[in-house]
Design a protein around this ligand. Structure first.
Ligand SMILES: [Zn+2]
Length: 246
């Protein structure tokens, strides 16, 4: 019998989605496919089947992941996206569940790493894959500077870029050379630092922290590289709010 990738028990496995099905709800294509943008130079965008899944998790672990997904939907789809679209402004939530929301984002990253699908081939977390497995299995609350997260709702000339996906890929922070993964899923740009980040801007500066969740709002094309974003944010003094908290 196969082994569940989360609990490591021998169990019948479910067809597990890598990203939740609701993230594909904005893809209205008749062929049930969507365009996946590829940020690598010399590579073309690809047409993909909607909803990428493979046999990864047992029923119990699938339910664990679905709890994280359910909370992600509650925050992003039932609250943040509509509010951002109406106001054209960044989003702040000071009464959210930090632990659950972070588990949701990290579950996307971890599933991308264990997936063998072509769309996720650039994701390889190495030793952090096992660390994240334990975090997700036990539902742990991580310190804010451990796997810090930045999150943007993107738009294209003022229109929400819902339905846009961009292949998940790693880059290095210009500040300390740490690995960062970035991806676009249904128009939302995710940046996740890997492991403990000591750089000053990440020390208290994750937009997913115990006090509040912040989601930026920016033009998709200007967010093409995380490193550029960091430099830009730094120049704009947008980290100062956090830096004064120490
Ligand atoms: Zn399991």
């Amino acid at each position: 019998m196969p082994e569940c990738r989360l609990c490591k028990q021998e169990r019948d496995l479910c067809k597990s989605h890598i990203f939740p099905e609701y993230m594909y709800s904005h893809c209205y294509d008749d062929n049930h496919s969507f365009i996946e943008f590829n940020a690598e130079e010399g590579k073309y965008n690809k047409r993909r089947r909607k909803g990428i899944y493979e046999n990864l998790l047992c029923k119990k672990c699938e339910e664990t992941i679905q709890r994280y997904e359910g909370y992600g939907k509650l925050i992003l789809y039932d609250d943040a996206k509509p509010k951002i679209e109406a106001s054209k402004q960044p989003y702040t939530n000071e009464s959210y569940d930090y632990r659950l929301f972070k588990l949701f984002v990290l579950s996307l990253l971890w599933r991308s790493s264990i997936s063998t699908q072509d769309s996720f081939k650039l994701v390889s977390l190495g030793k952090y894959e096992e660390e994240l497995r334990m975090v997700l299995l036990d539902g742990l609350a991580l310190p804010v500077n451990n796997y810090p997260i930045y999150l943007y709702q993107t738009h294209i000339s003022g229109e929400p870029s819902d339905g846009v996906f961009m292949e998940i890929y790693p880059s290095k922070s210009k500040f300390d050379g740490k690995t960062i993964y970035q991806f676009v899923a249904d128009g939302m740009f995710f940046f996740v630092g890997i492991g403990v980040n000591t750089l000053r801007t990440f020390k208290n500066g994750s937009w997913v922290n115990q006090k509040r969740l912040q989601i930026g709002y920016d033009e998709l094309t200007t967010l093409s590289s995380l490193v550029d974003v960091f430099v830009r944010l730094h120049h704009q003094g947008k980290f100062s709010v956090y830096e004064t908290q120490t």
